[in-house]
Design a protein around this ligand. Sequence first.
Ligand SMILES: [Zn+2]
Length: 236
Amino acid sequence: MWLVLYKAVPAIAVYSVDTLPRNVVEQMGEQSFTLIKKIALDPSELPAEQQAKVQAHFKNMLNKLSLDQSVYRLSFYKSDSFGANAFALPHGRIVVTDDLANLLADKPNALKAVLLHEMGHVVHQHSVRITAQSAASTIVLAVVFGDLEGVAEVALGTGASFAQQGFSRDMEREADTFALTQLELLGYSSNDFADAIEALQESHTSENKHLEKVNNLLEYLSSHPSAQERIDNARK
Ligand SMILES: [Zn+2]
């Protein structure tokens, strides 16, 4: 049992991530997205002009990084629960809140850095990995009993689990590294990333009490390595 749970299960979880068909990931992501929208997101109140500007930056970066535009999609939402925030869903949809877009309105390159960080989570399939791990024990049962079709069902049913758990620190570092590397590649500076974290840190400190309420749903700053560590790393 120990071998199965501590050796076989993690191995199967990793294996299942690579074999999940694209449409399963798409369904999993859309399902989580619907749930999060219902709980915490309202239609964006950003002016169309401001949205179009960021969308253009987003598309431009996708083109330069040869990332698929049908996978990576950017949406804006107003959110009282999340405050200034951004997150990525497993299938490539990236959500930026009105508060974040406004916070970084005069620092367009810092917003690009945040978008790159979120792209990094999708590139490295972090949400899918977390979902697979949390579903792993059920997957083991499905494999033991030969019910492989059950694997897809389990993955779909637990799609929202990543939102509750947040990413591990290693995953956050991986997404940071992706953002810093691509910033340099695109001709921006890793200081833009540090600027973004500094602005986020300030905004979240001032509304800390507010943030505690949503801690369980989607931890942003608390699940990340310490803000100062990330700022120092980027500046270095
Ligand atoms: Zn992150």
